[in-house]
Every structure is written in C-alpha cells, then in structure tokens.
Design a protein. Structure first.
Length: 94
C-alpha cells in the first residue's frame, strides 16, 4: 500500500499513535474518515476504531467496496465484540 495516505496506512497497521497524531495535525472531513474507519474495523484494531469514532466520521456510513455494509455490520460479522461495543457507545445505529 505504498501510495495510500498516511492515515489509511496507520489504520491498517493499527498504529494508534500515528492515527492520533495525524488526526490532530489535520482534521480530515467526515467523508474522508470512512475508509480509515472501515480499514480499522476490518483489521481488528479497536484502539484505532475508538480514535476515529471520536471524530466527526459518519459511523453509519456505508463503504461501497465493502458491499455497502456499515462499520458496525462488519465488526459484528467478524464477531469483534470490542469494536462493536465502541461503535455502539459512540452512536452507531443497529
């Protein structure tokens, strides 16, 4: 993933420190946060998901390349209880 943006790379790798720094340095618009959120969910990085869920990202947004599923649906499908809990606590809809 050499051409991917730094935030996406950090989310995929689970580098929560880098995610926190990148979010502080430049606040991407909510629409630009959905792919990193999906990447964090699919990679199973709960701390990264928590950081992104605390932003203005649309937790109920559906990513077209993920069959139109929401982050909550993907986390539940993976059986990732920690991420499901984070998303629900931050306001994701069932």
């Amino acid at each position: 993933m050499p051409d991917a943006d730094p935030l996406l790379r950090a989310c995929v790798s689970g580098d929560a420190v880098a995610v926190k720094k990148l979010l502080r340095r430049h606040a991407p618009p909510p629409s630009a946060l959905l792919l990193p959120l999906v990447a964090g969910v699919q990679s199973g990085h709960a701390e990264v998901v928590a950081l992104l869920a605390a932003t203005s990202v649309d937790l109920n947004g559906r990513w077209p390349n993920a069959n139109g599923y929401s982050a909550l649906y993907m986390a539940a499908g993976k059986g990732d209880e920690a991420i499901v809990r984070i998303l629900l606590e931050r306001g994701a809809s069932v």
